[in-house]
Design a protein around this ligand. Structure first.
Ligand code: PLP
Length: 399
């Protein structure tokens, strides 16, 4: 008898389930505000000019498709660290961090989770309430108990920072705290610089292990601004982990490119930590793929492409902000019994819009507009061509 017969049905996570429903929807006017993908003014996923040039350069070199080092090339790893810490960072000069290329940001989280399971096997992992759907699932799959710390405040549409801190103080020493560096997914609400400083102290005093997920660097306020949390923790000379994703910032979703960076308070342990991480990769997928990393490395290490990329990233960031402003102002003009100005204060691709599960269902059923039941909207999928329709539909379901 087949051992597979005993597998119970496994539900898709809500994002993937709605994405499938969207794909099967035959209405031509359907609109996907569910998935975390940036689309441009025309509703297309852009191929950045910087990426295209780097690809052409790479292909022209005609390099053989050898295996890559388990950890990725030195140029890629250095570029990731430059982006995270800033080029003059003392973490880099003191060689206090090990970076490994990963299969997307998710792969970076997975390398980190597996590594932490080896060194903190009994740790509790705390993720924000709410968080990216896959955080809980990924850490549970790595064998951890996962709890949620308070984060979103539906009243103020901001962060319940006091409750968050109070909860974190109750965690046992050695617990792991997963933090979104910027552009919190799904709420769009980020901590202020002062709150980050307090959190660095709090996690230090309570011996909590920070794991920073940075999937949207450059989508919030700017490349350096969005890395503030990473840089503050780095200055504290402590051990912590970072998972980087380049899916959104380079519009390279399907190339699956990201990194895991392990920062150590003591440079003497870096090579041992890196050795263990490489072992985990070796026994998982052996070596990382070439293409995405070659593009990211070429863009970041070629000054002209780097500045082109920064301006393209800036364009995506500004366009999202403009969509936030137009959405908030248009909804407020329709007098829906409460202000939507909070949407402007949020960062990144997503907005917790305040819409209910019932609203989301009507938007889907009656208008073909796909929004998560939590009310999360992907603002990065709005454009001048679809905004009016979205505003009219939201107005209809809310009024
Ligand atoms: N972390 C967060 C908070 C995300 O929102 C995402 C993607 O949506 C990821 C990690 C994973 O990124 P990637 O697609 O590069 O694996």
């Amino acid at each position: 008898q087949s051992p597979f017969l005993h597998i119970p049905g496994t539900p898709l996570d809500p994002i993937m389930a709605l994405f499938e429903a969207y794909n099967h929807d035959s209405r031509p006017e359907k609109l996907n505000l569910v998935v975390g993908v940036y689309t441009d003014e025309n509703g297309s996923i852009p191929i950045l000019d910087s990426v295209r040039s780097a690809e052409q350069e790479w292909f022209a070199q005609g390099k053989p498709k050898n295996y890559r080092p388990i950890e990725g090339t030195p140029g890629f790893r250095r570029s990731v660290q430059d982006l995270l810490f800033g080029e003059d960072s003392e973490v880099i000069t003191d060689q206090r961090a090990a970076t490994l290329q990963s299969v997307g940001g998710t792969g970076g989280l997975k390398i980190g989770a597996d590594l932490l399971k080896k060194v903190l096997p009994d740790a509790v992992v705390a993720v924000s309430d709410p968080s990216w759907e896959n955080h809980r699932a990924l850490f549970e799959a790595a064998g951890f108990k996962v709890v949620s710390y308070p984060y979103h405040d539906p009243q103020s549409h901001g962060v319940r920072f006091d409750s968050m801190c109070a909860f974190l103080r109750t965690l046992p020493a050695g617990s792991i705290v997963v933090l979104h560096a910027c552009c919190h997914n799904p709420t769009g609400s980020d901590l202020s610089p002062d709150q980050w400083r307090m959190l660095v102290d709090l996690t230090g005093e309570n011996d909590l292990f920070p794991f920073i997920d940075i999937a949207y660097q450059g989508f919030g306020r700017g490349l350096a601004e969005d890395a503030l949390a990473v840089r503050l923790f780095a200055q504290a000379h402590r051990d912590f982990l970072i998972a980087s994703s380049f899916s959104k910032s380079f519009s390279l979703y399907g190339e699956r490119i990201g990194a895991a960076t392990i920062v150590c308070g003591d440079p003497a342990v870096v090579s041992r930590v890196e050795g263990l991480a490489k072992r985990l990769v070796r026994t998982n997928y052996s070596n990382p793929p070439t293409h995405g990393a070659a593009i990211v490395e070429t863009v970041l290490r070629t000054p002209s492409l780097r500045s082109l990329w920064e301006s393209e990233l800036g364009h995506m960031r500004t366009r999202i902000r403009r969509m936030r402003e137009q959405l908030a102002d248009a909804l407020d003009r329709n007098d829906l019994g409460g202000s939507f100005q909070f949407i402007k204060a949020q960062n990144g691709m997503f907005s917790y819009s305040g819409l209910s599960a019932e609203h989301a269902k009507t938007l889907r059923d009656d208008f073909g507009i796909y929004v998560l039941d939590t009310g999360r909207i992907c603002v990065a999928a709005l454009n001048d061509g679809n905004l009016d329709r979205v505003v009219r539909a939201i107005t209809h379901v809310v009024k």
